[in-house]
Design a protein around this ligand. Structure first.
Ligand code: 2AM
Ligand code: CA
Ligand code: CA
Ligand code: CA
Length: 267
């Protein structure tokens, strides 16, 4: 079996190389296709980056499997063995419209247990990374343990669509939370929002629907610095089908479930 250190060294190298490819792509014309609806887009670069990782991983670690958004990897029905859970571009709409606020997201799991998490903010050259139990870092800077905070002093990250009519949660549950929080933000990249919670730039992030590649890397970062991670019914995340997500500094998690999401039966 490959050692965690070995996987970490390669993963970092490939992240940086993939980041260079993405930066270089700003000078080229993107090929943009619609996936499930006109707001769900994929570019040639999403596919190219996933293919790049698949080629490298398969060549270096032939027995490992890959669970990626664009389907270039394996068909994954369980997390046995070593699985690289990859989102080649998290925040594709930002990548297309803004050329910033997107990231490459990677989580490496062994028999379902998270070992390595990496989120690369390509444009800012900020690599958030964690080896489980060895500390979380932004580049070479160690991230500090998260401190308790209350809703009234919290900056909460949430997509505004969840406080409009939607089929996943009653917006009247979330509206009071938005009202009581010190402020709300939305970045359009779940991976970056998780990294920001780990780095203490955000106090919480809540969303109703993500896929495993959106959160596989980020939740390891948040857990490593003492943040709390669950879905919005306070259960463990589903790493095969995807889930809702609520991550926060300690303390805030309990307060939100007790005061705002009590009796929530959404999902
Ligand atoms: P993506 O850019 O990789 O598609 C935007 O708020 C965040 O939600 C991004 O992390 C985006 O990832 C993700 N996202 C977009 N559409 C989604 C969908 N249909 N299901 C789950 N996550 C989605
Ligand atoms: Ca997508
Ligand atoms: Ca994503
Ligand atoms: Ca993506």
């Amino acid at each position: 079996m490959a050692s965690v250190k070995e996987m970490d060294t390669y993963a970092k190298l490939w992240m940086k190389e993939a980041g260079s490819k993405l930066r270089a792509s700003f000078e080229t014309k993107l090929n943009i296709e619609i996936k499930t609806n006109p707001n769900d887009l994929v570019t040639n670069m999403d596919k190219a980056i996933e293919t790049f990782f698949c080629d490298k991983i398969t060549e270096t670690f032939p027995e490992h499997r890959i669970f990626g958004e664009e389907g270039m990897g394996n068909e994954i029905k369980d997390l046995k063995g070593t699985v690289w859970i990859l989102d080649p571009i998290d925040g594709t709409l930002n990548f297309i419209h803004q050329q910033r606020n997107f990231a490459i997201s990677l989580g490496i799991y062994e028999d379902g247990i998270g070992k390595i998490g990496m989120i690369y903010d390509v444009v800012n050259d900020e690599l958030y990374h964690v080896i489980k139990g060895e500390g979380a870092f932004m580049n070479d800077q160690r991230l500090s343990p998260l401190k308790e905070v209350s809703v009234s002093k919290a900056i909460l990250s949430m997509n505004a669509s969840w406080v409009t009519e939607n089929r996943r949660i009653d917006p009247s549950l979330l509206a009071p939370l938005v009202r009581d929080a010190r402020g709300t933000r939305s970045y359009g990249s779940a991976a970056l929002e998780l990294a920001y919670v780990a780095a203490g730039r955000l106090d919480a992030y809540i969303t109703m629907r993500l896929m495993p590649w959106d959160f596989a890397g980020g939740v390891l970062l948040v857990e490593e610095v003492g943040g709390e991670v669950s879905n919005i019914t306070d259960k463990k995340l589903d790493f095969l089908e995807g889930d809702s997500l609520f991550v926060s500094k300690p303390g805030l998690h309990k307060e939100v479930f007790e005061k705002y999401l009590t009796g929530n039966t959404s999902l």
